[in-house]
Design a protein around this ligand. Structure first.
Ligand SMILES: Nc1ncnc2c1ncn2[C@@H]1O[C@H](COP(=O)(O)OP(=O)(O)O)[C@@H](O)[C@H]1O
Ligand SMILES: [Mg+2]
Length: 254
């Protein structure tokens, strides 16, 4: 069952191409790790899926439903489509993006009451359930400033989960963390993978990608340069830029 389908997605900024004609089919339960050098377009690809950026060309289908319609200057999307899409694709950012003036539970409950129109008490109950899933139910009434980076990122994951997304999009979720805090966040992501959740994960944690992903995409030269199983791409890369990238990231272990 296809959860997400990209056909011919292209994106440029001011005449500079980031990628062109990207096709991607994500099936239910897929855990796809996206690797690539800095600037290769990993974030832009996730942002195009979530429509934080508008693709210049191509189409996006989520759960079998086409998003928007082809317009003269790229995909045209109504406000309604946009909101529907964001409910179905939950994004977790490198920098957490929590609201500092709201408690942890408030951050998780916000989308439930404003977008899902849940009553405040119901939203809070659901928020606490999601916080428990990431091991943070006891921090419900704390403010983000009082949390470690790892805890903040787990709150951001709980916030995404609260919306019942069909697909989770992680953009380098551990890159802003002290090394000592990386493990707790990877642990949560691993648990979500084991639950069979569908996810796209941009990461530099190559050993983790090897263990958790069923498919690897390596971005370079304006597109998906190499893709395959973790064994194919990470142990036996066929193309020179993939080989070079993996040599530069020698730290990883399988
Ligand atoms: N909003 C933007 N405006 C102009 N250029 C951008 C913008 N976002 C990204 N870029 C450029 O697009 C390219 C890909 O960026 P990005 O997707 O952030 O790469 P990655 O996440 O792989 O490091 C880079 O050259 C970057 O400078
Ligand atoms: Mg990026």
């Amino acid at each position: 069952m296809s959860v997400l389908k990209l056909v011919g997605i292209s994106k440029s900024f001011g005449g500079t191409r980031v990628f062109e004609n990207v096709d991607l089919d994500v099936e239910k339960g897929d855990r796809i790790a996206i690797l690539g050098a800095s600037g290769s377009g990993k974030s832009t690809l996730l942002r195009c899926i979530n429509l934080l950026e508008t693709p210049d060309a191509g189409s996006i289908e989520i759960g079998g439903t086409k998003v928007g319609s082809a317009g003269r200057s790229g995909l045209r999307i109504s406000e309604r489509d946009l909101q529907a899409l964001r409910l179905r694709a939950g994004m977790v950012f490198q920098q957490f993006n929590l609201f500092p003036h709201m408690t942890v539970a408030g951050n998780v409950a916000e989308g439930l009451s404003t977008v899902r129109r849940m009553s405040r008490p119901d939203a809070r109950t659901r928020a606490i359930m999601e916080l428990a899933r990431v091991g943070l139910a006891d921090k419900a009434d704390a403010y983000p400033a009082r949390l470690s980076g790892g805890q903040k990122q787990r709150v951001a994951i709980a916030r995404a989960l609260a919306m019942d997304p069909e697909i989770l999009l992680f953009d380098e979720p551990t890159s802003a963390l002290d090394p000592a805090l990386v493990g707790e966040v990877l642990g949560v992501i691993e648990q979500l993978a084991e639950e069979g959740r569908t996810m796209l994960l941009v990461t530099h944690e190559i050993g983790f990608a090897y263990h958790v992903a069923n498919r690897i995409l390596f971005l370079a030269e304006g597109g998906i340069y190499e893709s395959g199983t973790p064994d194919e791409v990470l142990k036996h890369p066929r193309r020179p830029l993939t080989q070079h990238f993996l040599k530069e990231h020698k730290r990883f272990q399988f």
